[in-house]
Design a protein around this ligand. Structure first.
Ligand SMILES: O=C1O[C@H](COP(=O)(O)O)[C@@H](O)[C@H](O)[C@H]1O
Length: 265
């Protein structure tokens, strides 16, 4: 690994949220300058709630850098469960409920790329169809090896999984496909699709959000042990280095000596 990821630890989630906002809006500004659009992939789990805390607060009128321009956002899913869009296990349903449906009209509305619900019985078909959707966005003009997301907003499961990339699963060894199928996820529901590791590490920025005491042991393992560096989150740290930032609270980082702290932008 070149430069290591950054770890930002805040006393509480309420303190974390405005800092995550600053980081996301810096990524937005960078991307709008680059290509006048902001392509973000988000996870399910505990992330959408914190994301909403970060992004739904009123823009500061005195700070022109503090405004989300949601009409220039394209929102994708880092992973999705093969269930109907209104199912309680759907990441899209959760992200809508926590965040998207609450975006005030005057901030514009993002274009959201959800899973094709015609393919729910067959995760491979669902993965192929989502990959096609990515190709039409990222590779319509030139052919690219991997899609260039501007930002990935990821969670970290208590076993070190992220997206639907699970420890020890063969999907971790994929070098070619952009979107992968899972038939036997160890966490229900079993059928899922996920971005592949090469797509994740190719993103311009990757932010993990991990809060609460339940994340303490796995964070310590990922950040401080060789075994943890082989877990999905650890592999992303190793392969994407300083493109990665961890946004955590004190409960999740108790006892961690991982040293990099500083400004979030
Ligand atoms: O199953 C999933 O789990 C991870 C982690 O969830 P968390 O609740 O521990 O934060 C999540 O990032 C992923 O999108 C989801 O499908």
């Amino acid at each position: 690994m070149g430069h290591p990821p950054s770890l930002f630890s805040f006393p509480t989630t309420a303190d974390l949220a405005p800092n995550l906002r600053t980081y996301i809006l810096a990524a937005q500004a960078e991307s709008l300058k680059r290509h006048n659009t902001f392509r973000v992939a988000v996870s399910g789990g505990s992330l959408p709630k914190t994301l909403a805390q970060a992004l739904l607060s009123k823009p500061n009128p005195e700070n022109p850098d503090d405004k989300p321009e949601f009409d220039k956002w394209e929102v994708f899913y880092a992973d999705e469960r093969c269930v109907p869009l209104d199912h309680e296990d759907s990441n899209h349903r959760l992200v809508r409920q926590e965040w998207l449906d609450k975006i005030p009209e005057d901030l514009g509305q993002p274009k959201v790329h959800h899973i094709d619900v015609g393919n729910l019985d067959d995760p491979q078909e669902a993965a192929d169809s989502y990959e096609k959707a990515l190709v039409s966005v990222f590779a319509s003009r030139d052919s690219v090896r991997v899609p260039g997301f501007d930002l990935l907003l990821l969670g970290c499961g208590p076993d070190g999984h992220t997206c639907s990339l699970f420890p020890g699963y063969p999907q971790l060894r994929e070098t070619d496909a952009w979107v992968l199928a899972i038939e036997d996820s160890p966490k229900p529901p079993p059928k899922r699709i996920t971005l592949s590791l090469p797509v994740v590490v190719a993103a311009a920025r990757i932010a993990f959000v991990a809060t609460g005491e339940g994340k303490k042991d796995i964070l310590k393992k990922i950040l401080e042990t060789d075994e943890g560096r082989q877990l999905p989150c650890g592999l992303i740290n190793e392969q994407a280095g300083d493109k990665v930032s961890w946004f955590c609270d004190a409960a999740a980082t108790t006892g961690i000596t991982f040293p990099r702290r500083g400004s979030v932008i």
